[in-house]
Design a protein around this ligand. Structure first.
Ligand code: DOR
Length: 438
């Protein structure tokens, strides 16, 4: 007898896509296959695909410090509405998440208020470098994050000496925002007072990203520390990273795979401003080629909400970042339907690989014994992404009005249906994600 039985769906398992029923008991997957036993609740999934719960490994939820933009309650609600069951949240909050107390504060705030499962990055800095081996192992911590170039917030490691100290302390893979701060400073005058957001990829140019990634790779090899390069945006970095997969894993975002310059800036103005920037079509094409060649390992949304009022400031005073946690699944399913990647490859990048790369315990696979987190999608549903559908506090999405084929129709968290047909049910029941000791 199962608590809940998902019947007749197409399950995306590590062995491929198979027609299978999924039985969940006590919050865990207890059986996959042709299942005849009784269940307290039976859900017909005919025509639907059942994915392991999607994990978004890069979000900014702004709590504490900037909860007028987002908080742990609204950010996780947006995740759930978009078919995301787990998030890794970034440390550039205020105060920064750079101490055990600040991490504990986030865990306390999330308990009972988070709609999906969660873990938090600790920021690596010159001040806490020697303490990172302890911090990276604390419960609820998914790893260490470093900003090599300034973006939103005050987290910054600009010099090689400090970066090397951070990399030399600890063993878990370090996630890095790779933009070269000295080049950003040198070039800031190019955009100051311009009011022209189209200059954003010119200021934060290819060389800015490439130089940082080159410095990072050199130090990663020197220290033997595995790194994860977040939101890679250039053809040049993808080529370099393809040759360094021994030490580096790679993330791409749905925004960089979908939008391109100058079109995005002409249509969306500063709403399309993010770091590193959306670049010209040649880069978007190169990201897709790299994805098809197996270079990127993860897709993270870099959900980075700011209010419309903040975004309306004249560039470059306008803040960088756009929401994305709720649109990750629909956008990527639309790309699957357009033939740019397979559903299996998508599941690798948002379920299997997050589990493998970060050492997540009991999540990321449709396998017996794993947690009952599921993202159930209708690959044929034709829908329109709208601001009104969005749950983020910021109230807008750069994809407002976009027609997509493929939609998350159910989000199942720890064996309980928490979103069905765009309706949220129950109470916030997200839990801290646990990690293996690797
Ligand atoms: O555009 C961005 N916004 N890039 C980042 O690295 C940070 C983020 C934010 O927190 O707003």
């Amino acid at each position: 007898m199962y608590d809940i039985l998902f019947k007749n769906g197409m399950a995306v398992t590590p062995a491929g896509i198979v027609q299978a029923d999924i039985g969940i008991t006590g919050g865990k997957i207890t059986a996959i296959g042709k299942l005849e036993e009784n269940a307290a609740e039976e859900i017909d999934c005919t025509g639907l695909h059942i994915l392991p719960g999607v994990i978004d490994t890069q979000v900014h939820f702004r709590e504490p410090g900037n909860t007028h933009k987002e908080d742990l309650n609204t950010g996780t609600l947006a995740a759930l509405a978009g078919g995301v069951t787990g998030v890794f949240e970034m440390p550039n909050t205020n105060p920064l998440t750079t101490t055990a107390d600040a991490l504990q504060d986030k865990l306390d705030r999330a308990a009972g208020r988070a709609w999906c499962n969660y873990a938090f990055f600790v920021g690596g800095t010159g001040e806490n470098a020697e303490n990172l081996p302890v911090l990276e192992r604390l419960p609820g911590c998914c790893g260490i994050k470093v900003f090599m170039g300034s973006s939103t917030g005050n987290l910054l490691t600009e010099d090689d000496e400090t970066l090397e100290r951070i990399l030399a302390n600890g063993t878990r893979r370090v996630a890095v925002h790779a933009e070269d701060e000295s080049r950003l400073k040198e070039r800031a005058a190019l955009v100051a007072g311009s009011g022209d957001v189209k200059l954003h990829p010119h200021w934060r140019d290819v060389e800015t990203a490439l130089k940082a990634t080159q410095r990072l790779l050199k130090l990663a090899h020197k220290t033997g520390r595995p790194i994860h390069v977040l939101h890679v945006t250039t053809a040049e970095e993808m080529e370099l990273l393809a040759a360094n997969k021994d030490i580096a894993t790679v993330e791409v975002t749905p925004q960089h795979l979908t939008l391109f310059a100058p079109d995005c800036y002409e249509r969306l103005g500063t709403l399309a401003q993010m770091n590193p920037p959306i670049r010209e079509e040649r880069h978007r094409a190169a990201l897709w080629t790299a994805l098809q060649n197996g270079v990127p390992d993860l897709i993270g949304s870099d959900h980075a909400p700011h209010t419309r009022e903040e975004k309306a400031r004249p560039y470059p005073e306008s803040p960088s970042g756009m929401p994305g946690v709720q649109t990750l699944v629909p956008l990527m399913l639309n790309h699957v339907n357009a033939g740019r990647l397979t559903l299996e490859r998508f599941v690798d990048m948002v379920c299997h690989n997050p589990q493998r790369i970060y050492g997540i315990k009991g999540k990321g696979r449709l396998e017996t014994g794993y947690d009952g987190d599921l993202t159930i999608v209708d690959m044929k549903a034709e829908r329109v992404i709208t601001n009104a559908w969005g749950k983020s506090k910021c109230g807008w999405t750069p994809f407002d009005g976009m027609e997509v084929t493929g939609w998350p129709v159910m989000t199942v968290l720890n064996g309980v249906i928490a979103m069905r047909d765009d309706e949220i049910s129950g109470v916030p029941s997200g839990k801290a994600i646990a990690f293996t000791e690797k």
